[in-house]
Design a protein around this ligand. Structure first.
Ligand code: CAO
Length: 552
């Protein structure tokens, strides 16, 4: 007979008010035992909370964004059968048992399922070792996702390995509490190496008691038979073989992915609902995400214009060491994420770059005077350029637009948010100064300095980097004359600014020394014509030569 089962947040150890970042089910869904229900994220890790019951989800008592704690009721499931974790008992079904603590049991209890009513849980110390790595030896261990004291569940990614061909997460073969870790990030590792010791949770389900050793033994056999951990070669091969059929046409309702995979998906901006998992139970791997991103980049021409109906040839691996000594340096996280986006933007928009120059002699005089007076801020030429761009966008509104997804309309923006490319030790980031039209030189100077600091300290939030209408990339503090900046799609234009220098300018009778600023405006030729491009830089140049035009 169907009965309603309550499912609670497992023991989160010392973590309190933990963020609930995802709900993988909705009311009416049919779930299998161990299907993920929700995802929690602490500062250290994120974890899925699985259901111990098979049945229908009848009520969800939490929402994304909630702060949750151990023992909170999250979901009610109408169970059609008993959980693998439940011991049938004569006690009252409706009575919620107190939360088990390690002290309550004869041995330490550590499992997300320990709040299931009326269960008996035992634990044993187990070793977790590196799986078979095939022919790969001395593989790089690039991430260790567990800490001593962490409670992990089966299939939770514990480490990430990387060979020259692929990277893979090693999932926990069982759940439990990590009590000792024998590896560290950066070391070389081989198949069979000891990763950690974990107190494994064993749930006893029989009415007739079964010896603990036998249960452990049985579980080992089942795991070996049904869940061979794939070798790196297999994972790589699977991802290379990803076909069109692997992309879901409809957003999936359930997603199985480890915390590290979720992290990578967030970095790439990939909705996991669209990625088909290649691992056991459809679990999504980092390789699946990479394959999905690759596939999207190579898709035939669409409204966004990416692909043009042909795929770019694969980049062949070249052994450069045959020509001389080499050293391999990993790209930063920001570079890994921004590289594919820059590439996509470059291909999606037919770029034309209009070069121009403007006389900023008077602007520079005014800037220096103001900086003499200013106490708590500093005006760089960029502050004036931001305001001049805002004015030029008002005069040439097409530059403040985006192409609609079907490529049939221009979405004209009536707000003025200007992105500024910031050079950081980890790569290029583009924070956005919002509502520039409502701010003066001083406000912009302060905000520019705060946002650049935040960028360099790695503290920018998504909100800081979203909503831009137009981007400025200033290399004026460094040098160079002109360059061709890449449009920050879905924007339609970007302004490159180079270092100003004194040049002899003929005023009709004489050559006068004037401070000249080089401008490079890249625009999307799908939206903007060459004449518009030249008009925009001319307007910009006029404003920067005579700041009084800002108020006209
Ligand atoms: N010509 C001459 N000097 C300039 C100048 C220009 N166009 N722009 C700035 N300068 C001067 C400044 O006045 C300052 O000198 P002082 O200290 O003597 O006044 C110095 O150069 C350094 O300026 P800054 O870089 O600290 O400040 P900024 O407001 O001009 O720029 C920021 C801020 C964050 C945009 C900049 O620091 C930065 O990161 N630039 C790199 C952006 C980048 O990498 N773009 C490439 C993208 S590839 O598409």
């Amino acid at each position: 007979m169907a009965n309603i089962k309550d499912i609670f947040i497992p023991d989160l150890g010392a973590d309190k008010d933990v963020d609930l970042i995802d709900i993988m089910v909705k009311v009416g869904d049919i779930v299998e035992v161990e299907d993920g229900l929700i995802t929690l994220e602490t500062e250290k890790a994120s974890m899925d909370v699985p259901t111990p019951y098979k049945g229908k989800v009848v009520e969800i008592l939490v929402k994304v964004g909630d702060k949750v704690n151990s023992g909170d009721l999250i979901v009610k499931v109408e169970s059609t059968e008993e959980s693998i974790n439940e011991v049938p008992s004569s006690s009252n079904e409706n009575e919620k048992e107190p939360i088990a603590s390690p002290k309550d049991d004869e041995s330490k209890i550590t499992s997300p399922t320990q709040f299931v009513k009326e269960q008996t849980i035992k634990s044993v110390l187990e070793e977790v070792r590196v799986p078979d790595l095939g022919a790969d030896k001395d593989v790089d261990l690039i991430d260790v996702m567990i800490h001593v004291g962490d409670i992990i569940v089966k299939d939770y990614s514990i480490i990430t390995l990387e060979t020259e061909k692929a990277s893979m997460d090693v999932p926990a073969p069982f759940g439990g509490e990590v009590i000792e870790i024998f590896v560290e990030k950066g070391q070389k590792i081989n198949g069979g190496d000891l990763i950690a010791k974990v107190i494994k949770t064993v749930v006893i389900e029989d009415k007739v008691p079964t010896p603990l050793a036998k249960i452990v033994e049985d579980e080992k056999i089942v795991e070996k038979a049904s869940c061979p951990i794939p070798t790196i070669q297999e994972v790589a091969a699977r991802s290379i073989e990803q076909e069109e059929s692997n992309v879901l046409s409809k957003k999936a309702t359930k997603v199985y992915a480890s915390p590290s995979v979720r992290r990578v998906s967030r970095e790439f901006g990939v909705d996991l609902g669209f990625v088909k998992g290649s691992a056991k139970k459809g679990r999504i791997t980092v390789e699946d995400i990479k394959a999905y991103v690759k596939e999207q980049l190579n898709k035939p021409a669409s409204a966004t214009g990416v692909g043009f109906g042909f795929n770019l040839p694969e980049i062949k691996e070249i052994d450069f060491s045959q020509f001389g000594k080499v050293k391999r340096v990993e790209l930063s996280r920001v570079q890994k994420v921004s590289g594919p986006f820059l590439h996509k933007n470059y291909l999606a928009s037919p770029h034309v770059t209009q070069f121009d120059e403007c006389d900023i002699t008077e602007l520079e005089k005014f800037r220096k005077e103001q900086n003499e007076i200013a106490k708590d801020f500093k005006l760089s030429p960029l502050v004036f350029i931001i305001k001049a761009v805002e004015k030029a966008l008002k005069i040439h509104p097409k530059f403040n637009s985006s192409l609609s997804a079907d490529g049939q309309e221009l979405i004209m923006k009536e707000y003025f948010n200007i992105g500024v490319a910031v050079d950081t030790p980890n790569g290029l980031l583009v924070p956005v100064i919002k509502d520039v039209d409502k701010k003066g030189f001083k406000d912009i100077a302060i905000e520019l300095s705060e946002l650049s600091k935040k960028a360099r300290d790695g503290k920018l939030t998504n909100a800081d980097m979203s909503g831009g209408c137009f981007t400025i990339s200033s290399l004026g503090g460094i040098g160079g004359t002109y360059f061709t900046p890449i449009i920050n799609s879905p924007e339609v234009a970007i302004l490159g600014v180079s270092k100003s220098s004194i040049k002899p300018i003929y005023d009709g009778s004489d050559f006068k020394p004037r401070l000249i600023l080089p401008l490079s405006l890249s625009y999307d030729h799908k939206v903007i014509d060459g004449a518009d491009g030249a008009r925009f830089t001319t307007t910009l140049s006029q404003i920067l030569s005579d700041l009084r035009l800002l108020s006209m």
